[in-house]
Write a protein that binds this ligand. Sequence first.
Ligand SMILES: Nc1ncnc2c1ncn2[C@@H]1O[C@H](COP(=O)(O)OP(=O)(O)OP(=O)(O)O)[C@@H](O)[C@H]1O
Ligand SMILES: [Mg+2]
Length: 925
Amino acid sequence: MGIPSILYLPNFGIVEGFLHYCCFEDNSICTMEGYTVASDHAIAELVGMGFEFSDITEAVKAVGPSLDDAVEFILNSSRRTNSVASSSSACLNVSNKALGKRATSSTESFGKMRQQSITEHLMSASRPKRSKATIEPQASASKTNILPGHVEEPEVSHPSIMDPSVNISPETSILPSYCKDQEEIGPYWEQKVNNLLCKHFGFSSLKNFQKEALGAWLSHQDCLVLAATGSGKSLCFQIPALLTGKVVVVVSPLISLMHDQCLKLAKHGISACFLGSGQIDKSVEQKAMSGVYNIIYVCPETILRLIKPLQGLAESRGIALFAIDEVHCVSKWGHDFRPDYRRLCVLRENFGRDNLKFLKFDIPLMALTATATVRVREDILKSLCMLKGTKIVITSFFRPNLCFSVKHSRTSSLSSYDKDFRELIEMYTTGKKSANKYNLTLQDLEHSTENSSSTSNGSMTEVDGTCKNEVNDINDDVLSENDDEVGLQFENSLNSLNEKKLSVQYLEDECDLFHEADDLDVSCGEFYGQPPVRHFDNCGSAETHNLLNKPKERSTLKQGHLGEGTTIIYVPTRKETLSIAKFLSSSGVKAAAYNAKLPKSYLKQVHKDFHEDALQVVVATIAFGMGIDKLNVRRIIHYGWPQSLEAYYQEAGRAGRDGKLADCVLYANMSRMPTLLPSQRSEEQTKQSYKMLSDCFRYGMRTSSCRAKMLVEYFGEEFAQENCLLCDVCVNGPPEMQNLKAEVTILLQIIAAHYGQRGSMDVSYDDDVIPAFKHRRFTEMPNLRTFVSRIREQDHTFAASDFIWWRGLARMLEDRGFIREGDEMNRVQIKFPEPTDSGLQLLKSELEQPFYVYPEADMLLSMRSSKSYSSFAEWGKGWADPEIRRQRLEGKQTRRNRKKRKPRIRQSNLTTVRRRLAAKLSKKS
Ligand SMILES: Nc1ncnc2c1ncn2[C@@H]1O[C@H](COP(=O)(O)OP(=O)(O)OP(=O)(O)O)[C@@H](O)[C@H]1O
Ligand SMILES: [Mg+2]
C-alpha cells in the first residue's frame, strides 16, 4: 500500500477545513493510491484531530479505515513509545482522552439510537459524564493561537450530545476545530456552505434569503431577517458557527425552543447548549463561557448578566454572531412583547471595536422573525441599536399552500361544536374504531377545572354561561332580528359585572396570555421523530408544489381532499380546551387538551403523541406554540377571535410545513366584537393592543378581499399576484354589491344633526377638561346605538333593522373617513361616531352618486334570515305592498314561535332598559 501524498493542503489543515477542501476543490488533493474513500475520510478526521501524519498513515495502514480503531492504535503506540505528539501536546492529550472514551462509547451506543425524552435529557444533563465527542476549543486554540487553556476539564459534558441515546455518528460529532474570521472564508463560501449543509443537514443548497443573510454577516453587517414561519431562519445563524468554528450566541424567548433546537443540532452533530433558568446543569454555563459549545442559546434575562464572560469568550474562541430569534418580542408594538428583549442593545454597546480592542469588526447582530409589521421592524432596529447599514432581508410572507377562511360561529356551546366540528369528526372517524386514552383523563381534568373555577369565579362563570346559552337557544345559526337587543343585554350584563368578569385575575386564571419563558412543557417541539431531511421536492408534495406555483392550476387544488394529518384547534380559554377536547373525544376522535395549567406529565404525553401522530386533534391555548415544527399539520382552527393578526398568522403558519395544502379556518362570532384580554400594559400598549385586535376583527369582517392578500399586506408586503385563489373569498367570490345610498344618508344625517343641534361641531374633546367632567360629558355623548334607535324611530323603513347591520355600516364609514370616534377610549370599532369634514361634504353633495359597497360579514349575517332585499331602503319599500307586509309579518310570527321554546327571561329586562334609555334621551333633548 503506497503512502498517500498530499499535493496541496489548505493552510487551515484541520479536519473541517480539510474535509471541506476535499469537497470543494477536488483537484487539490490527490487520492492515495490503494486507499479507499473511507480511508481518506478517516485520515482527514485524524489530521483534524491533530495527530501526526506519519502516525495516522501508519494507523490506517495497520487497522484500516475505522476511525475508532485508528485512534486506539495511535494512542496505544503513543503509550508504547511513551511520547505524545509534540505539537499542541496539552490539547492533544485532552482530545485523545476524550476520543478514547468516545471510541468505546460510540460503539456502545450504536444500535441504541433512539430519541431522548425530555426527562432523560434533563437527567442526563445533570449527571456528570465524560464526553463522547471531542469538543475542540482547545485544539482549535492551539492550532490557531487562540488562547488555549479555557477548558481545563477534558471531560466535556454536554446536555445534548453526552447521552448515549442521542444519535451522533463519530464523523458528525467532530466539531469544526479551526476558528477563522469571515474574510478568511473566501469567495467560494456558498459552495462551502452547501457542503456543510449536505454534511450536517442533508440539504442540497441554501434558500435565497438564507444566502442574503449570510452574505450580510460575511461582510460584517447587521441583518434583520423577516421570513415566513417554517422557512428556515435558524440556518442563517447556525451556518456561521460551522463556517468559522467560532461561537454563535442565540437569544431566544423560550426555554422550550432552545431545548428543542439544541437537540436538533446534536442530531446533526453540532454542539449546542442552552442557558437560562431552565438549565438544570449549572456547569453548562461555565463551559459555554469557556468555548466548549458551537452554539449557545440563551434567554434575554440571562444574557444581560453574562456580558463580561461573553467578552472573554469573544477574545478566546471568538464570537461569530449574535442572533436574536423571534425578535418581534423586542417590540412594544408586537404581539409577544418581552421587556428584557428591549435591553438587548447591550449587545451592540459591549461587543464593538470601541469596547473590545482585539476585534477587527463589531460582532454582527442578526435579528429574525416571521411576523413583524413595518412599525415593529422600525422599533426592532432602534431598540437593538442595529447599525445604520443594517441589511434587511425580507422574503414573502405569503404561504402559497395555506387556504384561509373565516366562518361565523357562536363558538360557545355543544350545539356550536356539533355544527362546526361535524366534518372534522366524520373525517377522523368514518370507518375507524379508535380507542382514545385521553377520553377518561379529560373527564377528570374537566372535573378539576370546574371545581376550581366554581370556587374562584363561580358567579361569573355562571352568568357568562347563562348569557351564552340563551343566545344559542335563540338560534344557533342565523342571527335573530333581536340579536342586537340580546347584544345590548349581554353588554349590559357584562357592564354590571364588569369588574369581576373582565378582571385581570379572572382572565389570567382562564387564559394563557403569554408564552411562558420557562415553560418546559412546550419543549418537545419536533423532538419526537422528525426526519432530518425535508425539501418540498422530496416530501411527496412536488406535484402539489408545482401546481401551487401556477396561478391557473391553484384553484383546482382546493377541490382535492386535504388528507387527514393532524389538526390544532386554538381556543382563548383553558376551559374551552377541555370542553372541546372532551366533545371530540366522545365523538370518537383522538383528541387531547393542552393548556399551561394541566399537569406536566399529561402535557408531555400530549406532545409526544402529537409528534408521533398518535393524536388527531390537539385543542390548545397559545401555550402550545412556538417551536412546533411538525410537517403534517393539515388544519389550524382558531375557535374564537385571536388577539392580533400577528399571533393569528404565526399560529396559522404551523399548518402545511410540508408544503402540501393545509386549511387555516377562523371560527368567530360575527355578531359580537372581540374583547382585549387584560394584562399589565402601559396606556400606549393598550392602545396598540386595541389597534391590533381591531385589525384582526376587520380581517374577519371583510368579505371582498383575498384573505392571503390581506394578511400579507398587513405585514407591509405588496402582494405579487391578484389573489391566492384558495381562500374562502377567492373560492366563493364576494357577496353581491349593494347600493346603500339611503342608509348612508340617514346615518350621516342623524349624526350630523345631533352635533349641529348642539352646535358643537367645532368643539374638540381633546381640550383640557378635568377627568370627572370629561367622563360626564362622554356618558352624555350619544353612542351608535342611540343613533340607530333614532333612525328606527324616524323612518319606519328601518324600524326593524338590526343594530349589528348598522354597526357594520358605521365601521365601513369609519374606514372610509366619513365618521370618526368621538371619545378617547380605545376600542375595536367606532362607538361614539361624529362626522368628519368629508362626511359632511358627502352629505352636502346629497349623495348624488350611488353608494355601492360589499356588505361585510356582520351585515350579511344580520340579513341572512329570509330577507331577500339588497338594502333596507328596498326592504322598506316592500312594506308598502300589503301582500309583502303580510308575508313578512307571518314570517316574523313563525320565528317568534320558534324562539318561544324557552322563555327569554331577559326580554322584559331588555325592554325596560330600552324604555329607560329612551326616557333618558327624550328628557335630555
Ligand atoms: N436550505 C434549506 N433547504 C431545505 N430545507 C430547509 C433549508 N433550510 C431550512 N430548512 C428546513 O426548514 C424547516 C424549518 O426551519 P426553521 O425551524 O429554521 O424555520 P423558521 O423559519 O425558524 O420557522 P419559525 O418561524 O416557525 O421559527 C426545518 O425543518 C429545516 O430543516
Ligand atoms: Mg425559528
